[in-house]
Each structure stands twice: as C-alpha cells, then as structure tokens.
Design a protein around this ligand. Structure first.
Ligand code: GLY
Ligand code: MN
Ligand code: MN
Length: 446
C-alpha cells in the first residue's frame, strides 16, 4: 500500500479550508473565523484535569491535538494565523515549538499565558464567528465568547463530510496503526490472554494509550461480545475461551480509524462459519458504497442480508423480510450500519439535509442509525454489520408475540459466543468503493 506524504497534500487542503471558511463567513455575515483549541477541564473539588480533547474545528486546520489555549484566526484574503500557547512551565512538558508541514503556511504568534491571546485576536468579537466550547471565553465580562453561529457551523460541518486527499492520507495512516493493534490483539487472544492484557497488547502495538486512541477500546471475550459498548477490560480470561470481538481504532494527526473484528477460538467451527458469512455479507455492503446511494437504504439492505445469515444458520424460521417487518431483525442487529468518520469517530452532519442545516430523519424503527444522507464522493463511512444474542432484546420479541419466528435452541447454542461485528472504513469515490481497511489487513497478513 502506497502511503502518500501528507505534507505534499497539505497546501491544497488548506486552500479548501480557506474557501469553505470564506463561504461560511459570508453565510453568517462575519468578517473573521476564530477557533480556540479548547481548555483543560478539571475534576470537581480536585486539581486533576480530564484528558484534554482538542476542538475538532481546530484540528481540521492543523495537525495539532495537544496545544490547549491556542487559537486559529482566519480573515478572508489574509494568511491564516495561529496563536500558539507555549507556556513557561516547569510542572509539565510544554508543547514543542511549532514545526511540521503546516508552519510555513501560517503566521505564528507564540503566547506564554492564555490571556495574551486577547491582544492578538481581531479587536471586535462581534465581527467574529467564534467556534468552540464556552470554557474558551477570554477577557473581562467574557469579551471573547464562542458564539457558534448556526449558518457558519452548518456550512463547515456539512463540507467536512467530503474529505480532502490530505485527510484521506491521514486516515490511511490511522488504518495502518489500527491494524497493527488488531493483529497484536488477535495474537494475544490466541495465547489465552484476558481482556485487559489484550487491550495492553493493542495499545503497545499501536503506540497509543487510552487518552490518545479515538475511543475506548471494546475488547470482549465470549458473552461479553453481546454488550455493544463493553469497555470493562476483565482481568481474568474466561474458561473456556470461545470468541473474541474487538472494536478498536487509532489516531493519526487527529484523524480516527474505527475497526472491528470477531474471531472464533479453535474448534468452534460453527461460530467460525457464521463469522465468515457475516464477513462475506459485510464485504458486499462495503461494495455498495457509491455516490448517489442512500445510506438509509444500505442500512435496511444490511438487515435483510444479516437475516439471510441467521436463516441459513437456522436461528430464525421466517423470511428476512418478515424478520425486518416484525422487529425480529432489530433484536439481532440493534444498531446502525455505520456513520461518517474523520476528525471525529462519529463525524458530524450525519443527519444534515444541506449545508444550510435541516435534518433528514431516521427511518421509523431504526433509532440508532447515525447517517441518513445520500453518499457523495469524498465521504468516508464505516460499514459495521453485527449479529448479537442479547436476551433482553430477544425477550421483547417474545413479549411482542413473535417468539415463534426464532429457533430458541439455536439461540442457546450461539448465546455463549456473544455476537459478531465486522467494521471497515470505506471511501466513497466517483466510481467503485475504496475500502481503506481491508488492504491493510491483507498487507499485514502477507
Ligand atoms: N466504536 C464505535 C463505533 O463503532 O461506532
Ligand atoms: Mn467501532
Ligand atoms: Mn463505528
């Protein structure tokens, strides 16, 4: 897999951001775009801070994820500026002096205290679209308060749906890191490790700890795979080990990957066959990512395809269509088929009707779908079908009078495995779908 140099792609990315910012400011009637990087947040009655999370609107411009109290200022027609907070501090490691592929494109102002930014920001905050969290406010009586004007935010968030080649290059890096972790995690599972140890093996291989990863790892052995957001990290491996589901990503200069794989322990051939069937179905779904295709339809098609798998394995007795219509399929596949991904794992504007706002609602009966838009070139989406054996949801099917649709002996057989999820990132191009994840696994295997 050829890795592209993000530095060579950055000038075009920045030009796109400047054009988008100009248009967004025109929509909102502002003269300047001002974006704080965010602040440290402290725990109540304590002097400990939570892990710092950079404002996504800030890291869209710069590959900087660890410089709180900094600001970007963009005024149409001028070079963008960054106000870079590099405190005099002997308690902590201060951010390195600005370096990297972006510095030559910005006017850079170093400040030593957060308040020094005030003298460098445009003088009239009323003329500024200030995008950030309330805690970033600066100045007496909150002179500089993030106002997050909807026309500006809607415009920028909508257009973030279309990734630049620079962003795709970084997202490919995030795949490479994530797959490295996945391979280490599978090896740890095959060696009989517990969930916590598998998680540590993952972090070690990726070179990122929990504060750097884009979301909390889901490392689930056996029945734990049926808990959709299982983040417990058990310290003792269950006996016998039957199955392993891992949903874990990595960060590359602020961009995320979000990858899930499921494995059967040796000798559990029927579950292994079901994983293979879901894997094949997932690849067909990935290939459906093309411009003009409605992601809502992809989600509904996924229900039918997954119910086909359950029918083949004798778990349901009704047709996929009947399973969908009666809510049986939602008990086995109770989440959305995926979401936009980029600077945020669940990236913004998944429901946006246009760059002026508005909302495309989810189809009735699918309350957890996170993306309802028609696919466009440049979008990166996850495709993450799953099948789970969750008693709470299956009991609801029974209570609703559809218990006869299910072969309960087969449910008893598969329940100890928890479930299956397989998740890749797919880039929508002008033509064929470009799966960002699969080729990286293939290369790691080879
Ligand atoms: N890891 C969270 C998700 O797949 O959406
Ligand atoms: Mn995931
Ligand atoms: Mn996901």
């Amino acid at each position: 897999m050829i890795q592209q140099d993000p530095g060579a792609l950055y000038p075009d990315h920045l030009a796109v951001l400047c054009r988008r910012a100009e248009q967004a400011l025109a929509r909102g009637g502002f003269d300047h775009l001002v974006v704080p990087s965010g602040t440290l947040h402290y725990q109540v009655f304590d002097d400990r801070d939570y892990p710092y999370a950079v404002n996504p609107q800030f890291k869209a411009w710069l590959p900087l994820t660890r410089v709180p109290n900094s600001w970007i200022v963009f005024t149409p027609g001028k070079r963008p500026a960054v106000i870079f907070h590099q405190p005099f501090d002997y308690w902590h490691v201060v951010p390195d002096a600005p370096s990297g592929w972006w510095v030559e494109h910005f006017d850079i102002h170093i400040i030593r205290t957060p308040d020094e930014a005030l003298a460098l920001l445009p003088p009239d905050p009323a003329r500024c679209a200030i995008l950030g969290e309330p805690q970033s406010a600066l100045g007496a009586l909150g002179a500089y308060v993030p106002n997050n004007p909807a026309p500006v935010v809607n415009y920028l968030e909508w257009h973030r749906g279309s990734k630049t080649p620079y962003e795709i290059a970084l997202m490919r890096q995030a795949q490479v890191l994530g797959v490295r972790g996945h391979r280490a995690a599978e090896a740890a599972f095959r060696n009989g490790a517990d969930e916590f140890s598998i998680h540590m093996a993952y972090c070690q291989a990726v070179g990122q700890d929990a504060t750097e990863l884009p979301y909390g790892n889901i490392v689930a052995l056996n029945e734990h795979a049926a808990v959709l957001h299982y983040t417990e990290l058990g310290r003792k491996a269950p006996q016998p080990l039957r199955s392993f589901l891992i949903d874990a990503g990595a960060s590359a200069h602020g961009y995320a990957s979000d990858i899930t794989r499921t494995y059967a322990a040796a000798g559990h051939d029927e579950f292994a066959a079901m994983i293979e069937a879901v894997d094949a179905a997932q690849q067909t779904m990935c290939a459906a990512v093309r411009p003009g295709f409605d992601y809502k339809q992809l989600h509904v098609d996924a229900h039918l395809s997954l119910m086909g798998v359950l029918k083949d394995f004798g778990v349901i007795k009704v047709s996929p269509q009947t399973a969908l219509e009666t809510g049986v399929s939602a008990a086995f596949f109770p989440h959305g088929i995926g979401h936009l991904i980029g600077l945020q794992v669940h990236d913004v504007a998944g429901f946006a009707a246009s760059d002026e706002g508005g909302r495309i609602e989810r189809p009735a009966g699918h309350p957890y779908l996170r993306l309802t838009r028609v696919l466009e070139p440049g979008m990166v989406v996850t495709i993450e079908p799953g099948l789970y054996f969750i008693d709470m949801l299956l009991n609801e099917v029974k209570a609703a009078g559809h218990g006869d649709a299910i072969n309960w002996e087969r449910v008893d057989f598969f329940r100890p495995y928890g479930g299956i999820r397989i998740e890749d990132e797919v880039l929508c191009t002008d033509g064929e779908a470009d799966n960002l994840t699969r080729p990286v696994f293939a290369a790691a295997n080879g």
